[in-house]
Design a protein around this ligand. Structure first.
Ligand SMILES: *Cc1c(COP(=O)(O)O)cnc(C)c1O
Length: 429
């Protein structure tokens, strides 16, 4: 039961009592689920802690370098910490990597050569990669450098099309890119175990195939990572899960030494690689964010499951649903009308610690054939580990949301989204 003080404060913060009652009922049903999420966070907390202890992380690692960034001990040690957590030979963790797309680009361009073929055995990759690969004609794409691309779509039920994948792997196939999270698609997200099965299958056909996983939104959702099941490279963004909300910028590439080095030659310059790259002043945030990441990811997961349960209860279609297993932090809710999508996003924005006073409005976006609405009141621009939501304004009017640095903030944001829907008579409790 909520204490009177808490109830009153929620009221003051704009949340009606009857909504809180429903919330209490839903939270009651989620006890067991939250315990599972906490257990995973506990395991991952120990994993990160041990990696930091084993690598003798020390105060001296928090000062950064400038200029070329030679002998940046903090940077090099952080990379060892990442390599320990992901159980890989090496890691590249840099503030010079601007985003997930950039990290993926560096990993791909560093390891593919003219005449090679790139394979996506899991259907269309994340939107921003279309230009990188050259699926959409773009200056500087891999296609322009003579790297061809093949894609095998998932079967209708979302499973891997093993027959077609076998057919697609040929003498030119150098690297397979596997996107773990559904991103903003409607397919299921893959578990690490499923990814392991796919990798084994492909390596059986071609042992020297480089298997790379786009790990965005997946880090610390399970107690194993794709590199534990055979991935040669694993790539992600520090303004998502592994930055723990504190990293102000950055991306990571972990994996086999040779492949990480190839990527580093692309990030800086051939021959220079990992030796250069100043960390300026961000080392502390990257360490501390990584330390907090398991906890932050658990908060985001609790928010996602809670929202799924609530919206499911109110009769909306949610993906994943309130009870199935989760392999990333993204939640999709189909709200059936543009008004409801807008109300939802206004609620998320109004609940933010930053820019809570602004009203998000749908607007045209490059790459979309309709207006898009985005809610984000984040400390770090575009950080989607912070509570954020976006939706293209088109049928079936699905909003995608993710993040939440604390469970209580995620909860408040979701309650605010519901309150806006209530206020506009778009739902009934
Ligand atoms: C976020 C994301 C990316 C990269 O996006 P950026 O906005 O460039 O960080 C790539 N793949 C997936 C699945 C993602 O979720």
């Amino acid at each position: 039961m909520l204490t009177k003080d808490l109830q009153e404060f929620y009221k003051q913060m704009g949340i009606d009592n009857n909504l809180l009652e429903l919330s209490g009922k839903i939270e009651g049903e989620l006890k067991e689920r939250f315990k599972q999420i906490d257990d995973i966070a506990q395991y991952n907390q120990l994993k990160v802690l041990k990696a930091m202890q084993d690598n003798h992380v020390s105060d001296s690692h928090f000062s950064g370098t400038t200029g070329y960034g030679y002998n940046d001990l903090g940077r090099d040690t952080l990379e060892q910490v990442y390599a320990h957590v992901f159980h890989t030979e090496d890691a590249l963790v840099r503030p010079q990597i601007i985003s997930g797309t950039h990290a993926l680009t560096v990993a791909l361009a560093g390891n593919l050569r003219p005449g090679d073929e790139l394979l996506s055995p899991v259907g269309k990759p994340y939107d921003t990669l279309e230009g990188v690969i050259g699926i959409k004609e773009t200056n500087g794409s891999l296609a322009e450098y003579g790297v061809s691309y093949k894609q095998v779509d998932l079967k209708a039920d979302g499973s891997f099309d093993y027959d077609k994948i076998k057919e697609a792997i040929g003498p030119k196939t150098k690297l397979a890119t596997i996107q773990r999270s559904k991103g903003y698609d409607s397919r299921p997200t893959f578990s690490v175990k499923q990814i392991g099965q796919l990798i084994s299958f492909m390596k059986n056909i071609k042992p020297d195939l480089i298997c790379m996983v786009d790990n965005c939104y997946g880090e610390f959702v399970e107690i194993i990572e794709p590199t534990d099941v055979g991935a040669d490279l694993c790539v992600g963004s520090l303004i998502k899960n592994p930055g723990g909300g504190l990293a102000p910028v950055g991306g990571y590439i972990v994996g086999k030494k040779e492949y990480v080095e190839n990527a580093s030659y692309r990030l800086t310059a051939p021959g220079l690689g990992k030796e250069v790259g100043p960390t300026l002043g961000v080392n502390t945030s990257l360490y501390q964010g990584f330390f907090l990441a398991p906890q932050v990811v658990s908060a985001a997961l609790k928010g996602a499951v809670y929202a799924a349960k609530l919206y499911e209860h109110l009769g909306f279609n949610v993906l994943p649903n309130g009870s199935e297993d989760r392999f990333d932090i993204i939640q999709a809710v189909t709200l059936d009308s543009p008004e409801a999508v807008i109300a939802f996003c206004e609620g998320i924005q109004a609940a933010a610690p930053v820019d809570s006073f602004v009203t998000p409005i749908p607007a045209p976006m490059p790459g979309y054939n309709c207006d898009v609405i985005m809610a984000a009141g984040a400390f770090v621009q575009g950080a989607s580990i912070e509570l954020s939501a976006d939706a293209p304004i088109r049928p079936p009017y699905t909003v995608f949301f993710q993040g939440g640095l604390t469970w209580h903030h995620a909860k408040y944001g979701i309650l605010m989204s519901l309150q806006k829907l209530l206020d506009r008579n778009l739902i009934k409790l």
